[in-house]
Design a protein around this ligand. Sequence first.
Ligand code: ZN
Ligand code: ZN
Ligand code: ZN
Length: 329
Amino acid sequence: MFDLLNYDFMQRAIIAAFLVGLAAPLVGIFLVQRRLALIGDGMGHVALAGVAVGVVTGTQPVWTALILTIASAVLVELVRARGRTSGDVALAVMFYGGIAIGVVLLSRAADGQSGNLETYLFGAITTTSPTDIWTFAALTLVIVVVTWVLRPRLFAVAGDEEYARATGMRVLALNITLAVLTAVTVVISMRIVGLLLISALMIVPNASAQLLTRSFSAALRTAVVIGVACSVGGVFVSYHADTPSGATIVVLTVLAFTLAAALGGLWTRWSNARHETPDEHPHEHGGDCGHPAVRHGDHVDYLHDGERHAAHADHWDRHPTDRTTTPRG
Ligand SMILES: [Zn+2]
Ligand SMILES: [Zn+2]
Ligand SMILES: [Zn+2]
């Protein structure tokens, strides 16, 4: 079972899988909130063009992919800021342009080099080099720190962009930050999960976690646990079953989602009668608690961690961030 740990390349694969399983759901939760589930896919396609540039010019594909993907991420956010339709079109251009440019460039590469196209598209655990591991570890650290520090702001913007703008948040800067984090996640994931499937690891663990949990912080923790378990577990399974790592990992996340859907249904039925309260609430809200206050029908909600909390008897209720929904509690 654990004999694979005797191989250096498998040790590297497991470290890389851990890093990817950690970073992808962490960034993905904000994409799910913003209904931008496909943006990671678009960036995966652009990253392929970046890999092709690296292969053709004989430089490091990881770095050329990173530069091109970040550049396109910033560009799409700037276009998106000017209106929904053009953002949609920008995403489509990323999809087609990325894959077409990638394939054209790789066809010009010296014989034998374009053969590893598939390893980038679908991931190949054996291809992670020691240099890759250090690069991925550093980039994962950046992702974890930035998402943690900006978590309340990113979530406020994801939940209600208009409202976040009204409270004076720098929405465009936060959107660009999220886009860059997504781009970095796509690039560190390409060796293990592959560029065509990376979006699944950002989205599916979060979809599962939302079926099982009621608050943002619990959903985030659960999604990261599912992501790491499926990612590292997928490397084990793919080694023993001799299957491609990326597809194996994604199959595991889909199984986890199916399980969560089944358990989530039971859980909801059991807890439906219970009052909906946030699972963590270490402070009282008030005029100087630092959380934006927003009118919600006949009462005031306080916004933090992307949720709205309102006073109710001796506890705080969680109210939907969608302001068109009728308040509960
Ligand atoms: Zn507060
Ligand atoms: Zn409310
Ligand atoms: Zn609160």
